[in-house]
Design a protein around this ligand. Structure first.
Ligand code: ATP
Ligand code: MG
Length: 271
């Protein structure tokens, strides 16, 4: 890892690191997203790269981004790809270390992180903010709302032009106050038939395959990108061990059915 940083990373009152730094190597081209998301992400990258040109006209790049959508659709990976595209490290907030049972302590932790992040140029990610923001039914509801208010206030006052990315599985249940604080909200979904085809080309590209694209895409419909990736890995492993020359339609259809069944039994699939 080539991450360098001047100051030691901020720690919680219990001395637990509040962030992790990494240097992701993932191109945006590796992700299959909606045209709408891709366009927005490319525009945002362009604004980030030309922040000083915007500043000359009193404008700022869009810098607070919320990615909302079901599990396994590329939200975490998008934050990594944006850091890579900008050539800067990813500073990932460890929410589990940030949130304490004392609101004042949580606020102090957030303050430390944001102050630290202003000392450098990174993509700052608040991954899975649901623990802050979602509509919760448990008795912590009131407390969580107060915590999320603190986060929103601090984000509002955040003046650095660093790209801040928050992700959530429950976009629709986030309250309006949360949405308003972001410059852009991108919705992630399970892939369409065309997107499944594009995903297969990426995930199977190291392997010869000759399949009926329509049939294969149909067999994978309703699955998340991550679940489809898992099917591709199953099929590639099997083919290698069977000494097969190429992947066939029925290999994928069969593996898709097995995975779907398993996810259904585990109650995991959102499809
Ligand atoms: N849109 C996508 N295009 C290509 N691959 C994807 C995409 N989405 C997910 N994947 C694959 O699935 C894996 C999981 O993706 P990721 O962690 O970004 O999902 P997520 O949306 O953050 O899910 P969660 O909400 O559970 O955190 C990744 O390693 C990636 O290889
Ligand atoms: Mg994620």
């Amino acid at each position: 890892m080539t991450v360098k940083s001047m100051a030691p990373v901020p720690v919680s009152d219990e001395d637990v690191p509040l962030v992790t730094l990494s240097d992701p190597q993932l191109s945006l081209d590796e992700l299959v997203l909606t045209d709408q998301s891709i366009t927005a992400l490319r525009e945002i990258l362009n604004e980030q790269r030309h922040a000083s040109r915007l500043a000359a006209y009193g404008l700022r790049p869009r810098s607070k981004l919320l990615l909302a959508g079901p599990s396994g659709t590329g939200k975490t990976r998008t934050a990594e790809a944006l850091a890579y595209a900008l050539g800067i490290p990813l500073l990932k907030v460890r929410l589990s270390a940030v949130v304490s049972s004392y609101l004042g302590q949580t606020a102090r932790h957030l303050e430390r992180i944001l102050a630290y992040s202003e000392s450098g140029r990174w993509v700052v990610s608040f991954d899975e903010i649901d623990m802050f923001a979602g509509e919760r039914e448990d008795s912590d509801h009131g407390e969580m709302r107060r915590v999320s208010t603190v986060l929103l206030q601090q984000l509002e006052e955040y003046k650095a032009d660093n790209l801040v990315i928050a992700t959530t599985n429950h976009g629709t249940s986030l309250d309006a106050a949360m949405w308003r604080r972001f410059d852009e909200v991108l919705t992630y979904r399970h892939p369409t038939q065309a997107q499944i085809s594009a995903l297969l080309e990426i995930k199977l590209r190291r392997f010869p395959y000759k399949v009926n694209k329509e049939q294969v895409s149909r067999s994978l419909s309703g699955m998340s990108h991550a679940e489809i990736e898992a099917v591709c890995l199953d099929v590639m492993r099997k083919s290698v061990l069977a000494g097969a020359k190429s992947i066939r339609t029925e290999d994928i259809v069969e593996s898709a059915a097995t995975r779907k069944k398993r996810y259904k039994e585990a109650g995991k699939s959102q499809g």
